[in-house]
Design a protein around this ligand. Sequence first.
Ligand code: AMP
Ligand code: MG
Length: 408
Amino acid sequence: MKPLDEARADVLSTMPKLAAVRVPMTESLGRVTAEPAIAREALPPFDNSAMDGYAVIAADTEATPVALLVNEDVAAGSVPTKRVESGTATRIMTGAPMPEGADAVVRVEDTESSGPERVTIRTSADSGENVRSAGGDMARGDVIVDKGIRLTSRHVASLASAGVDPIVAVMPRVAIMSTGDEIVDPSTETLAPGTIRDSNRVLLRSVLTDLGVPVVDLGIIGDDPEALRAAYEEAASRADVVISTGGVSMGDYDYVKQILGELGSVDFWKVAMQPGKPFAFGAINGVPLFGLPGNPVSTFVSFEQFVRPALLHMMGASNLLRTRITGTMGEDVHASESKAVFLRVLLAHDTDGSFVAVRSGGQESNMHSSLANAEAFAVIPVGTGSLSAGDAVTLEMFRWPEGRSIDE
Ligand code: AMP
Ligand code: MG
């Protein structure tokens, strides 16, 4: 058996890198930056008020109360026309440019207006108080987002604030197909004897959509050598990466192995992990191919451990793997010592706020019921074996617990 880390390193080392392209910031969510995004102007672009109030010379307010003459009103979006001289103040709104001469803003709550021309300041201001300086957030030339970052909604907002369209990796097109004579369309009204619904392709489509990757869906291919050959060739001609599920283990009617063997340079691995031990990886006409095991949970684990990091690597992402944290196992579990075991778990909070993991249901690799609600894998490394309740355990988070109920 091949250790998981070694298998993953082998996969990553052969993945091609994708080209870079500049995209509008509004279309950059989920893309990976190929170059640092650089601020082309200072932010804020000008000194402005952080409060609704009066722009003053701080020294004028040392002794309060003090009455000042009001020069003018400046709203956000307009520009002051008068300099603030000693003994005067300018009424100013949040976000409006600071008038020349002023170095502080007194909040409207700390003043008393005595007609449009006069204001009484009741609280002293320090120089710089309630003023947002030009460049205080970012200077021109600052790195807004580093290279290799998958852009979140907050990154996109930062890019928008600085007017920058980022340079990102082109998205890989990924072809997917399910294989197996027993597999039928998931929307089939009534299942014929011996058939099961195709959940793998729906899973793959969903996880790829989550990654923002365009999908080429080749459907379900029966256990038929000619159909498989045609499908793999079509997939390789239309996509940057091919993923199929099923047919990579030991079965008698599994032509996938035979066809992949004929078409390309594909290796059949036994990875020291559970689920997901059988796994095919290689290339068809130079296009990377992932042959994932057919059991739905194995498909998911293999996708998480191999395909997702490989796609992120192609995009040039710095962080390829999911966040891992340490939690506590909430129950005794038996696990193989010779393989890395990935348990599907649900997380509860201990009294000290740390996570306690319990299995989300049966752990057989065909069991959807425990996959649907799981939040993390409890990862039990090779050589560890069984764990007892209370033992520390590594949690690989593929979904942070879905919020809190309003009653908590
Ligand atoms: P295989 O790897 O082809 O031997 O399949 C292993 C197990 O996974 C069998 O029980 C298959 O019926 C099941 N399986 C294969 N493909 C799918 C699929 N697309 N959706 C759901 N189950 C599948
Ligand atoms: Mg099969």
